[in-house]
Write a protein that binds this ligand. Structure first.
Ligand code: FMN
Length: 328
């Protein structure tokens, strides 16, 4: 069998032609061109994450790197509420000609026609049944069921529960996101009916990620019960995230003191100065590292390609073994 032939058969391997049914999540500030490219080269689909405050030129620049000068496929992820504030982010995304555009945390309806006219697939992350149904009605091509285990901004429902709810509610293909960090996690999502996994946290300790050694060290050291779902970091940075989407980050001294007292932190000059200084210095005892509960499975620094291959090959081996064991 040739090396590049997909073994797990899902929409992502059969129709998109990926080796593994794995999407590297768009992560603003972290998933730039090098990480996206590494995920794609390993047989997944790598995405670039664009944040609300990113320079618009980042989209073309990182797309060049992700696609290796136009040779490889890649995706770009945007926050819908950020696009409403800065439509130029969406225009530049269309111009970059990605294979997939992910518009999350808002209504995709106003964007469907332009994404399709650009020849891209429209994905959207949802955190509830109603949001999944609305996205299907609006014309999205694929739904990402994003559970609360996920790193970054997310909802309150666990991945497996949400996945079951969404699979029952829509006809569109569904990718699972949140806490999938090993072959076991991908196998579970596929067995439940997902067509793939959308992984962010497992890539946070990869040298291709746009973060520091100190951040990667903290990711490697953290356990699955050392994250917190909080609005604290949005509040102290004055980022207008819709309040229904808190962010999951590693717990640290700052969250231990101020989580649950976000307004008080934002109105405390000393807390604000401490935070700003820590952010500038990269001091993660106070500043933020967004990461999901799957951080408990990230136990060493590894190339992104190895992470993708391990999750994909692990799922394949486990599914074969489990089906032999479960069916007599
Ligand atoms: C550091 C970080 C930044 C993220 N930034 C974004 C983003 O800019 N846009 C987006 O749609 N999702 C973002 N996410 C969420 C991911 O798309 C995805 O849902 C999540 O990483 C999946 O769960 P996991 O972290 O458990 O793998 C981010 C996640 C992390 C960990």
């Amino acid at each position: 069998m040739p090396e590049c032939r997909p073994v797990l058969k899902t929409l992502l391997t059969e129709r998109w032609g990926l080796r593994y049914p794995i999407v590297g999540a768009p992560m603003a500030g972290i998933a730039f061109g090098p990480l996206a490219r590494a995920v794609t080269e390993a047989g997944g689909l790598g995405c670039i994450g664009i944040g609300a405050q990113d320079p618009v030129t980042r989209i073309a620049d990182e797309s060049q790197i992700a696609s290796d000068g136009g040779k490889l496929r890649f995706g770009i992820g945007l926050m819908e509420w950020a696009v409403r504030l800065r439509p130029e982010l969406f225009d530049a995304t269309l111009e970059a000609k990605p294979f997939l555009i992910a518009l999350s945390f808002g209504d995709v309806a106003p964007y469907v026609e332009r994404v399709h006219a650009a020849g891209a697939i429209l994905a959207t992350q949802v955190q509830s049944r109603d949001a999944a149904i609305a996205a299907e009605r609006a014309g999205a091509d694929i739904i990402v069921a994003q559970g609360t285990e996920a790193g970054g901004h997310t909802g309150e429902v666990a991945t497996l529960t949400l996945l079951q709810v969404v699979l029952e509610a829509v006809k569109l293909p569904v990718i699972a996101a949140g806490g999938i960090a090993s072959g076991r996690g991908l196998a579970a999502a596929l067995a439940a009916g997902a067509c793939g996994a959308w992984i962010g946290t497992p890539l946070l300790a990869s040298p291709e990620a746009h973060n520091s050694q100190a951040a990667r060290d903290r990711v490697v050291a953290a356990r699955e019960n050392e994250t917190v779902l909080t609005r604290l970091f949005d509040r102290v940075q004055n980022i207008p995230w819709p309040t229904q989407f808190p962010g999951r980050a590693l717990q640290n001294d700052f969250t231990k003191k101020w989580h649950g007292h976000e307004d008080a932190a934002a109105n405390d000059p000393e807390a604000m100065t401490t935070f700003r200084r820590a952010k500038d210095k990269g001091d993660y005892a106070v500043s933020f590292i967004y990461a999901g509960q799957g951080v408990g499975l990230v136990d060493r620094e590894r190339a992104a390609g190895d992470v993708v291959r391990d999750i994909g090959d692990g799922a394949e081996a486990l599914l074969r073994k489990r089906f032999r064991e479960l069916f007599v």
